[in-house]
Design a protein around this ligand. Structure first.
Ligand code: SF4
Length: 264
């Protein structure tokens, strides 16, 4: 379900590394990823994650006012929810915000799982400082379909990365979360290296209340043979990522791919 809402502010101060501001045109996300921890970040209490999306329809108007008075700084576009989720096709809130950010020459960093970002290539090309990050969690689309049911296919995401690069836009990959015993990280890194992103960030599964139940439900439904292993990871008994990060580092060094590991 889509609901139109009005907001009072647009840019919020960001504590994320490299960003001064965060801008999120949507509240809720149709991509409905199993591991999404946005509901706990925004204290979502409006039903099942993925079923409702609130569109901040007056966001461009508010942003326009704020850009006149705010100090210039990097804007993370889609730090909480995906700015190119399906509703954006109709509402174009992200596009209108980009037009404004461009006219004020603000640096922008976008993160998405959607090929819809290609619609705005005309704008993206005009920025003096802009990056687009595409998230990948697996090279296997049957896993992706279960894990990120509303998001673009793996193939579409790789095509998006290629198309952006071809157009001179700086790209990076957010490889995460690495799903224990499911994501073939080394195979995925091999494939990523073919599209030559600027860098890759590798992230763990962020376990917390609200996420754990959804992850366990997913594992019990599709991969019941992993139930015990995931229970151990959730209880903190399994040091799964130490080995994974070591292998990722080695692989990236071998293929000369710049990579950053989100160990914390
Ligand atoms: S795309 Fe991002 S915000 Fe949307 S459901 Fe997936 S993880 Fe959450």
């Amino acid at each position: 379900m889509i609901k139109e809402i009005l907001v009072k502010t647009a840019l919020s101060h960001s504590k994320l590394k490299g960003f001064e501001y965060a801008l999120n045109p949507y509240h809720g996300c149709e991509h409905a990823c199993v591991y999404c921890y946005a509901p706990s970040v925004i204290h979502w209490d409006k039903g099942k994650w993925g079923d409702l999306v609130e569109v901040k329809i007056n966001l461009p108007r508010i942003l326009s006012k704020e850009l006149r008075i705010k100090k210039k700084g990097v804007v993370g576009l889609g730090t909480v929810t995906d700015p190119y989720q399906p509703a954006e096709r109709k509402y174009e809130v992200t596009r209108r915000c980009l037009e404004l950010l461009l006219s004020h020459d603000f640096p922008v960093c976008i993160q998405t799982k959607s090929s819809l970002v290609l619609r705005d290539i005309d704008l993206l090309k005009k920025f003096s400082n802009l990056e687009v990050g595409i998230t990948l969690t697996s090279h296997d689309d049957s896993l992706r379909e279960k894990l990120e049911p509303g998001a673009a296919s793996v193939q579409e995401r790789f095509q998006t990365l290629s198309e952006l690069s071809k157009n001179g836009i700086k790209t990076w990959v957010f490889l995460g979360p690495v799903m224990p015993y499911l994501t073939d990280v080394e195979a995925l890194i091999e494939e990523i290296s073919i599209v030559k992103p600027w860098y890759v960030i590798v992230d763990k599964l962020r376990l917390r209340d609200g996420v754990n139940d959804r992850v366990m439900e997913f594992i019990n439904s599709y991969y019941p043979y992993l139930t015990e292993k995931y229970e151990m990871i959730i209880s903190g008994e399994e040091h799964f990522y130490i080995e994974i990060f070591k292998n990722v580092n080695k692989k990236c060094e071998e293929i000369e791919l710049r990579c950053e590991l989100n160990r914390i």
